[in-house]
Design a protein around this ligand. Structure first.
Ligand code: PEP
Ligand code: MG
Length: 885
């Protein structure tokens, strides 16, 4: 039985709604064709065909080969041309086109169909011999590299040698005869490289080219990009076979790329680049530096005006900023591609807001246009505008923001150092898709070559990485790993500062200043507040962080970790005394010392947050974080013994060692943490409760209002623990009220951060006024992976090998840990229908996790202050998406 699946669609059969099947490019050209924009005729092989082949180790599904031949026959009929025909040859491009755009990730083959048989006709029809031979040599080169896997240098070396022999600099200086000779050389080299198996039959070449596109879906650089963008490998890519139009038919032909708005700033203005007498990849690859689009008005005025009209039309039709590729063949404009343009965070926010003002989209659509992760970039610091430092060179402002880092001259090195947390700046002549793993972890990218739409620029903008491209006159020596700028040579590890918004490059590290959040940003986050159901709070434990959080829109503090206040060097001795106390008397003395410090801390937070709720979590120390390290302390004692240190000193250190040994735990994260410590030493929670209430009353007295006091007990696993702690806290609180002759409202709740707590949440809720899910510990204990060790160990491999889709400490493991949260909420609310529930683990600031938390009905998320705007937007988007569903 033959496979009845339709794998091939003619241009006129498709439209935008078929994007999953035809890929972004295929659906894009079909839609353009549908609305009457001039597009070269084409057919598209579906993503399903790619997936079917991938599932079958590369073997094509039944019928695919025949369907491609059918598609080709219909294309030949429509164009009146034939592939390989000596009189009327059809030439096609073969391009990949995934559902989501993958810049520079996939390989394009142009001019397929040119051969010894057809080249003369191509020359005659175009009345341009040089053009025909140029097409031919380009084809052999692309086809050889992409389809047959021949090393690029095989061709590049031959081309360079020819130019040297002829004494010319540019490819365009080569004559028709030069190129004819080059074709012969290329063919011979190709045949040698393939051991005599070089095919010259265009039909076979077409099939092999389609297959190469399928295979390129799985190539390593595509793999890296997909992973970084969370694009599933199972989607596959479509293949577009399209009639060639020629931008390299002399000076009345051109090719270029353009955007309907500036993708760096979002401003509605002319933005793009073109090259006359050139073919597509010349512009994108950044090999010849292209000219700004505005100059096209002089060179090709009619095509220029038609392009402006078409741009406006495509933006209006797609209701989004468009990124387009075009070719002008002998003054006639053709659109080759349109897609929603990748843009910087600033541009995303500005275009979304402007398009609402222009009536093009609704506020809700605007919210879905801005990726929460992009806001992150806007919240990053920039160079102080008052800094008077002189730039050492000015390149193109290819991707905005500021970057300070140590130089790296190859992507592997940048990937390694950046991966270890070093701030690096990748310096390359120009970047290629093979550099992507290095670009991804760099602070910034500096290139000597290439324009605003070069690979480096597009990728950096998409990832929110600062980029200065095409810096003129800088000399990079990749072997010596140096760059010479303005007469000074910089090597690996030397520091530069890049300003991707202006293109300026500075010697050394400039001071960066906090970002300026403009009106558009305000608008988007305010619209988000109108839509979202989830509350957004922040995790903070000092005045500065709390104030920052409030400024960024936090509606309260969801977690103040009191042990963080104990880490400061002036506190640690008292805290150690408290932990190491041998009896209640000693402990009471230590606590007496700590109480005023804690009260001061709380007063600062409460002042910053007055009028809003603040959840203060009682002490949750894995003890090892507060005690001297066992090994260090042992060594210290040994050393003092050898040195013959005074007996009293030795005795003191020996005593500490004995205490450290006594309290030493193999698994401190599962040890005497959280309420377990408070169960052993009730005087600790009692002191903390007193400090909280004293602070709240003091702030109320001083400021006229105070915060909603929420006292939270950590690491509860058994209802009884919470009951005991609740009683201790309540007694202390009531006692303080009595002493002060005043009271205020307060609640007592618990963290849910151990599976047992989630599973018995109905019981625990009896003693709790609220729940806050500690998804850090819930992930650690739910999956059984150590928070401290896993990320630097096997977990990295698991994520890289896709054993786990994402790092579960970054984005909630919905299937596992997520279920514990769901059960916790359901059981808790079964006991107390109005039980307030939130989350305060790191996941509270992660967009995908927020979508999940919204779906299980939590009341709020709490995250670090700088993520508050991201959480506000994510919460709104989660709500919009859930309504859509
Ligand atoms: C948690 O476990 O998710 C939590 C917020 O607490 P901590 O990270 O302080 O253990
Ligand atoms: Mg915890």
């Amino acid at each position: 039985m033959t496979d009845q699946t339709k794998y091939v669609y003619d241009l006129a059969e498709g439209d935008m709604s078929m994007k999953p099947l035809l890929g972004g490019k295929g659906a894009g050209i079909a839609e353009m064709n549908k609305i009457g924009v001039p597009v070269p005729d084409a057919f598209t092989v579906t993503t399903e065909a790619c997936v079917a082949a991938m599932k079958n180790d590369g073997t094509w599904p039944d019928g695919l080969s025949d369907q491609i031949d059918g598609g080709l026959a219909r294309l030949e009929e429509r164009t009146g041309l034939q592939l390989g025909d000596a009189e009327n040859p059809l030439l096609v491009s073969v391009r990949s086109g995934a559902v989501q755009s993958m810049p520079g990730m996939m390989d394009t083959i142009l001019n397929l169909g040119i051969s010894d048989e057809t080249v003369e006709s191509v020359a005659k029809l175009a009345d341009n011999e040089r053009f025909a031979w140029d097409c031919y040599r380009r084809f052999i080169q692309m086809y050889g590299e992409v389809v047959e896997g021949i090393e690029p240098h095989v061709y590049e070396d031959a081309l360079t040698k020819l130019k040297d022999d002829k004494g010319v600099e540019q490819d365009t200086d080569l004559t028709a005869d030069d190129l004819k000779g080059l074709v012969a050389t290329f063919k011979q080299l190709s045949n040698e490289a393939l051991g005599g198996n070089w095919t010259t039959d265009p039909h076979e070449q077409l099939h092999r080219a389609v297959n190469a596109v399928f295979k390129s879906w799985l190539n390593p650089r595509a793999e890296v990009y997909r992973k970084s963008q969370g694009i599933s490998r199972d989607l596959g890519t479509a293949v577009n076979v399209q009639q060639m139009v020629f931008g390299n038919r002399g000076d009345t032909s051109a090719t270029g790329v353009c955007f309907s708005r500036n993708p760096s700033t979002g401003v509605k203005e002319l933005y793009g680049e073109f090259l006359t007498n050139a073919q597509g990849e010349d512009v994108v690859a950044g090999i010849r530096t292209p000219r700004p689009l505005a100059e096209m008005e002089e060179v090709l005025p009619e095509a220029f005006r038609e392009l402006l009209d078409t741009m406006a039309r495509l933006e209006e039709h797609n209701k989004d900023m468009q990124d387009m590729e075009f070719t002008i063949e002998d003054r006639k404009l053709y659109m080759l591609q349109t897609r929603n343009g990748k843009r910087t965070a600033a541009a995303a926010v500005k275009t979304a807001v402007d398009m609402v003002d222009e009536g093009l989209i609704t506020k809700e659509e605007a919210l879905l246009r801005v990726e929460p992760a992009q806001l992150d970039a806007l919240l990053h610091p920039g160079i102080d505008p008052n800094d008077a430092s002189e730039a050492i060179v000015k390149g193109l402002p290819a991707s905005p923001g500021a970057a300070v880092g140590a130089l790296s001259f190859n992507a592997d090195d940048a990937a390694e150092r950046g991966g270890q947390g070093e701030n690096v700046i990748l310096v390359r002549y120009e970047t290629t898709p093979d550099d992507i793993h290095g670009v991804m972890v760099s602070q910034g990218v500096l290139t000597a070559h290439g324009g605003m739409t070069s690979h480096a620029a597009v990728v950096a903008r998409g990832m929110g990485i600062t980029c200065v491209a095409g810096a003129p006159g800088i000399k990079i020596d990749p072997k010596a790993e140096t760059v010479t700028i303005n007469g000074k040579t910089y090597g690996t590890g030397d520091t530069l500062t890049l300003n991707g918004s202006t293109g300026d490059v500075f010697d050394g590290a400039l001071e960066l200043v906090p970002p300026d959040l403009n009106e558009d940003f305000e608008k988007i986050t305010t619209w988000a507040d109108e839509v979202r159901r989830l509350g957004v709070r922040a995790n903070a434990e000092n005045f500065e962080d709390a104030s920052k959080a409030r400024e960024l829109g936090a509606e309260g503090i969801g977690l103040a970790r009191t042990e963080h206040m104990f880490m400061a060097s002036d506190r640690l001795p008292a805290v150690r005394k408290m932990i190491l106390a041998e009896n209640e008397e000693q402990r009471a003395a230590a606590l007496e010392e700590i109480l005023p410090m804690q009260q001061k801390d709380f007063e600062a937070i409460f002042t910053a947050m007055k009028g809003l709720p603040v959840t203060v979590r009682l002490l949750d120390p894995p003890l090892h974080e507060f005690l001297p390290n066992l090994v260090d302390q042992s060594l210290l004692v040994q050393r003092l013994e050898i040195e013959g240190a005074p007996e009293d000193k030795l005795a003191k250190e020996r005593e500490t060692l004995a205490q450290v040994k006594k309290l030493h735990e193999q698994n401190p994260m599962l040890g005497t943490r959280g309420c377990r410590l408070a169960m052993l030493y009730p005087s600790i929670p009692e002191m903390q409760a007193r400090a909280i209430i004293k602070a709240a009353l003091a702030v109320q007295e001083r400021e006229g209002e105070t915060v909603g006091v929420e006292i939270m007990i950590p690491l509860v696993v058994i209802k009884k623990e919470l009951e005991v702690q609740r009683e201790i806290v309540t007694k202390a609180v009531e006692d303080e009220f009595e002493k002060a002759g005043k009271r205020l409202d307060y609640t007592i709740g618990t963290m849910i951060e151990i599976p047992r707590a989630a599973l018995t949440a109905d019981q625990i809720a009896e003693a709790a006024d609220f729940f806050s899910f500690g998804t850090n510990d819930l992930t650690q204990t739910g999956i059984g992976i150590s928070r401290d060790d896993a990320e630097s160990g096997f977990l990295g491999h698991y994520v890289a090998d896709e054993v786990m889709p994402k790092n579960p400490f970054e984005s909630i493991d919905v299937d596992g840990v997520g279920q514990l949260v769901r059960i916790g909420v359901e059981k808790g609310r079964a006991t107390k229908p109005n039980l307030k529930t939130g989350v305060c683990g790191e996941h509270g600031g992660d967009p995908a996790s927020i979508e999940f938390f919204n779906s299980v009905g939590l009341d709020y998320v709490s995250c670090s202050p700088f993520r508050v705007p991201i959480a506000r937007l994510s919460a709104a988007r989660a709500e919009l998406l859930s309504r859509k569903k």
